[in-house]
Design a protein. Sequence first.
Length: 69
Amino acid sequence: MTVVPIAGADLPVIWWVFWLVVMAVGVFGAFAWWLVRAALREDSAPPADHEHDGLHGTPDESDTDGSGG
């Protein structure tokens, strides 16, 4: 019994080009998705200074005597 080498065992260059393009699109798509999610999360978050709006420590109408209660 003789062993016959398989003709065309090496994958054609077009296959590697296709695979590299698919991987590049996948990586770019994942990065873009991550950036969009981060941007949407930042847009939906309250402002960073929402607790420091300059009104703390000033008495309102119900607390004019400064007693805090």
